[in-house]
Ligand binder design. Structure first.
Ligand code: NCD
Ligand code: ZN
Length: 351
């Protein structure tokens, strides 16, 4: 096969940052996708509907005129989120879901939830409203090994949560383990997961063997290869519960290459090409369109996109360096050669 045309994909989990950075991140997000679910972990975090709508305007102001792309906004859940704010979020029609960060788990998560039990009133209202909970699924207990934090979260927090709120719509964002994939596969249809390109392509050796490679450091951290293979199986099985979410999370080079570097990989320079490589290696290119372009829209009850993108088999070398708000940024898989390259995008964002 020399070319592959699929419905225009959506990115169900991404980070755009703010201010100067938007000039680089917004066009990159709009290049290959029809819509993107914009994470709220700014400083300060996006905790109110008015903040989310103002952020949405700043994003749209940097969208190039010739690009059609829709930001789908999220709210950052805190211990003190008023339930009235959740009702307003639903009523606004612009807020797709509410993001749970365990306090201290990842980049800009200091205002996150200190314990899920403290937000039971908010979760009850979200369950009633059909407002999805987007989960950063890791415990932050310092006694739990960083490689076990997702599996322990599922056992200690997520399993009880699904019993207490059986109707709550949930997405286990950037799932990284066989335990996570198995949990979602066995859960009811209103529980789903997103998967990043790095977790489909790389294991922890890529991060740590033969030298530490900070540009492969993200959270949840890359796991051993058996987990990567479980994610490949989940993504390529045709199940509507698993869909594309790049977790593209840019940090300037200087904040990655340092004694205590930030977590996050930027992947919007080649997101579809990276997924295509992972799917092709698994002999499952035919499943790419459903994963990238159908399952997420179906889960969220949104129309599938009407446009298309085309990838060609054409070996190309990924850039070594890009820019983020005037500072150098090293993208995921910098300098690697990929077999597929996007060559065309046809008009049409959403139906
Ligand atoms: C994200 C970021 O940089 O905002 N980092 C990451 O490693 N994924 C935060 C997140 O999604 O955990
Ligand atoms: Zn993220």
């Amino acid at each position: 096969m020399q070319s592959l045309t699929i419905s225009l994909p959506d990115d169900w989990h991404l980070h755009l940052r703010d201010a100067q950075a938007l000039r680089d991140t917004v066009p990159a997000a709009a290049r290959q996708f029809g819509r993107g679910v914009v994470m709220p972990n700014l400083r300060p975090p996006v905790v109110s509907v008015s903040q989310a709508l103002a952020y949405r305007q700043r994003i749209l102001a940097t969208l190039p005129r010739n690009q059609t792309w829709e930001p789908l906004m999220t709210l950052y859940l805190t211990d003190n989120t008023p339930t009235a704010e959740l009702r307003e979020a639903k009523a606004s029609g612009q807020i797709l879901g509410v993001k749970y960060y365990p306090a201290g788990a990842t980049t800009n998560s200091d205002s996150g939830v200190t314990s899920l039990t403290r937000v039971h009133p908010q979760l009850a209202v979200m369950e009633e409203l059909g407002l999805p909970l987007l989960l950063h699924g890791e415990v932050t207990d310092p006694d739990v090994d960083i490689f076990d934090r997702e599996a322990v979260f599922i056992e200690r927090e997520l399993t009880p949560l699904t019993k207490r709120f059986p109707g709550l719509r949930m997405v286990l964002e950037h799932v990284t383990t066989s335990e996570g994939a198995a949990f979602v596969a066995a859960a009811p249809p209103h529980v789903a997961a997103t998967i990043t390109p790095q977790h489909l392509l790389f294991d922890r050796n890529q991060l740590l063997a033969g030298g530490i490679r900070p540009h492969y450091y993200c959270l949840p951290v890359l796991k051993r290869d058996s987990h990567r293979r479980a994610l490949i199986a989940a993504a390529t099985a045709g199940s509507g519960k698993f869909f594309l979410g790049t977790d593209s999370a840019p940090h300037p080079r200087a904040l990655k290459e340092t004694a205590c570097g930030c977590a996050g990989c930027f992947s919007h320079h080649a997101a579809l090409e990276l997924y295509a490589l992972a799917f092709e290696r698994a002999g499952a290119l035919a499943q790419l369109e459903a994963f990238a372009s159908h399952h997420g829209a179906d889960f969220y009850g949104l129309p599938r996109n009407t446009g298309t993108i085309t990838l060609h088999r054409n070996a190309w070398r990924l850039p070594e360096e890009l820019e983020l708000g005037g500072e150098p940024l090293i993208p995921l898989a910098a300098g690697d050669t990929l077999p597929w390259q996007m060559t065309e995008r046809s008009a049409g964002a959403t139906a």
